[in-house]
Design a protein around this ligand. Structure first.
Ligand code: VAH
Length: 317
């Protein structure tokens, strides 16, 4: 049975990978770690949790040895918009944290999952059907750290045979833990505002197309790739995955099929609009589908229905 350490376990993606991994592999086999402990108390109290900084390689090594960890999900990072506010801190956490984890993985023979992002592409990358292997000249510091991360993970694999694997995630939409500091956060906020106020003021232009994925499909992908037969993997860091591509206007139209009075207006954030404009409209993901059977289940229609149902249920609306 896998013995997993999830670093950044209380974040939007980490918390849901933690829940699903504990369900599949057993709570005691899934150790959580995060730099904060003031959120998600039920998850913290449900099983092994450590308060630690992702850059603290010594502490990570202690946890790996104590729990005989064989797989690390390294999810601690500053996301795109937050990173632009403090580029040096973004480099420090996103890269020095990753190197600390890769060094532990090298010394302790752990497999490592590291998320990349559509943010690893830039304005010179083909925007439609973005290929798995293509130009990567991102113009955000987040994207620079994501490309660097992809290259570091490839290096640790071919230099020391560390089992590194990664995915270039689209914007992730979830109803449990809110995202923090991302350019795609609008696609989550819009559901909450539609239910609470029947109106949302969007910080991106209404015709901004971006790849998006619903959290259940993102979690399934993150687990499936780590269970894949390594002999099938021609790529490793990091696979494009694409589930849906839409713009705020389209998402608003689907919301209106459930909340007819919903309206959307725009107050463009130039920083996040510039980041979004530098990213692809939609990627091709044949490598993920061929090499480890990636197959998303949700569409914009079914995700919208599920999100609205879950938020209404939890907020008693
Ligand atoms: C962000 N949600 O907006 C993250 C993600 C594809 C976007 O990397 O920064």
């Amino acid at each position: 049975m896998k013995r997993i350490l999830i670093i950044g376990a209380l974040g939007q993606l980490g918390s849901e990978i933690a829940l699903e991994c504990r369900r599949r592999y057993g709570t005691d086999n899934v150790v959580l770690a995060d730099i904060r402990s003031d959120v998600n108390r039920p998850l913290i109290e449900d099983g092994p949790f450590y308060l630690l900084d992702a850059r603290d390689g010594k502490r990570i090594d202690e946890v790996v040895r104590t729990h005989r960890i064989d797989t690390i999900y390294h999810l601690a990072a500053l996301l795109s918009a937050r990173a632009e506010q403090d580029p040096m801190e973004a480099w420090n956490l996103n890269i020095n944290g990753l190197i600390a984890v890769l060094e532990v993985a090298r010394q302790r023979s752990c497999a490592v999952f590291v998320p990349s992002s559509i943010g690893a592409f830039g304005p010179t990358t083909p925007k439609k059907f973005t290929p798995q292997d293509t130009i990567q000249r991102p113009t955000s510091i987040y994207g620079v750290t994501k490309v660097t991360g992809e290259l570091l993970c490839d290096y640790y694999h071919h230099r020391w045979d560390v089992d590194t694997r990664g995915i270039r995630f689209p914007g992730i939409i979830s109803s449990l833990t809110p995202p923090g500091g991302g350019t795609t956060d609008y696609a989550v906020e819009i559901y909450y505002e539609a239910i609470r106020n029947q109106h949302y003021t969007c910080f991106l232009r209404g015709d901004t197309y971006l790849d998006m994925i619903y959290m259940p499909d993102a979690v399934e992908a993150a687990i499936k790739i780590m269970e894949a037969d390594p002999a099938r993997l021609r790529h490793r860091n990091a696979f494009n995955i694409a589930a849906m591509s839409f713009c705020p206007e389209e998402q608003a139209a689907y919301i209106r099929t459930h909340i007819p009075t919903f309206t959307i207006s725009y107050a463009i954030d130039p920083v996040r609009q510039a980041i979004a404009d530098s990213w692809p409209d939609y990627m091709e993901d044949y490598a993920a589908r061929v090499e480890w059977d990636f197959k998303p289940r949700y569409t914009l229609a079914s995700m919208t229905e599920d999100m609205i149902e879950k938020i209404r249920e939890r907020e008693g609306l």
